[in-house]
Design a protein around this ligand. Structure first.
Ligand code: 5RP
Length: 232
């Protein structure tokens, strides 16, 4: 296991130990860090903890089912007490870039239904400014090329005229999200105005969601590879 993976495992466990209480309805994040949280939750459930979860992706749903973590649908619940999810980057204000795993839409829907949002990260995810990690933008397939041009115009207007915007592919094929959409990745380098971009990207017709999750995290829990935990 790499040092970063060890840190992810530590923070997943710490989230269960410090934040999860019996009877909670939990939003289950996506990505490798969140999956360490789900594994630790699975161990606690096997030891008798009663909780319910709502997943933010098909992959998290599969993992939770394999661990016998009880799952519910949106038709069965009202508010989610706590979401635990990981970022690709997080700044000192708790603003995040998410969507490296293409799960941003479901992650944002679950976040929006939550009373409390805990961001879990290894310490390498903390940045002075967001932007080194390209911003994922989920777009509907119909007219995605035109949507991409609108994204380009918006980014130019905000001072990123040369930012590469690429259609995300895997094995030569476009990546398709759990909702059947595509992902554009916008490499902005250094983002000075994440709140504005977060809001305005979602105004573009054809954009379903963007990966700048600003003003969402209530707390950020970090771990280093040795298991030292800090809270921001
Ligand atoms: C998926 C995400 C992930 O939470 C994000 O990419 C972090 O992933 P990891 O914990 O594997 O570093 O937003 O869409």
């Amino acid at each position: 296991m790499t040092p970063q993976d060890r840190a992810k495992q530590h923070v997943g466990r710490a989230a269960v130990e410090r934040y999860v209480r019996p009877g909670m309805l939990l939003g289950l994040g996506s990505g490798t860090t969140s999956h360490w949280f789900v594994r630790a939750l699975g161990e606690a459930v096997a030891d008798g903890l009663e909780v319910r979860g709502i997943p933010t992706s098909r992959s998290t749903e599969e993992l939770a089912r394999s661990l016998d973590v009880p799952l519910v649908g949106f038709d069965e619940i009202d508010r989610i007490e706590l979401v635990v999810d990981g970022p690709d980057e997080v700044d000192h204000d708790g603003h995040m870039t998410k969507g490296g795993g293409a799960c941003l839409l479901w992650e944002r829907i679950v976040a929006d239904a939550a009373e409390r949002y805990l961001c879990v990260a290894d310490t390498t995810k903390l940045v002075e400014r967001l932007g080194a990690f390209p911003v994922p933008i989920e777009v509907v397939r119909h007219g995605w090329e035109s949507t991409g041009r609108s994204v380009r115009r918006l980014l130019s207007h905000h001072g990123y005229p040369d930012a590469p915007i690429t259609l995300r592919t895997k094995d030569g094929e476009p990546v398709v999200t759990d909702s059947g959409n595509l992902i554009l990745d916008a490499a902005l380098g250094s983002i000075t105005d994440p709140l504005v971009l977060d809001r305005e990207l979602n105004w573009i017709p054809g954009v379903v969601e963007n990966g700048l999750f600003t003003g969402i995290a209530d707390e950020v829990l970090f771990a280093d590879p040795d298991g030292a935990i800090t809270v921001m």
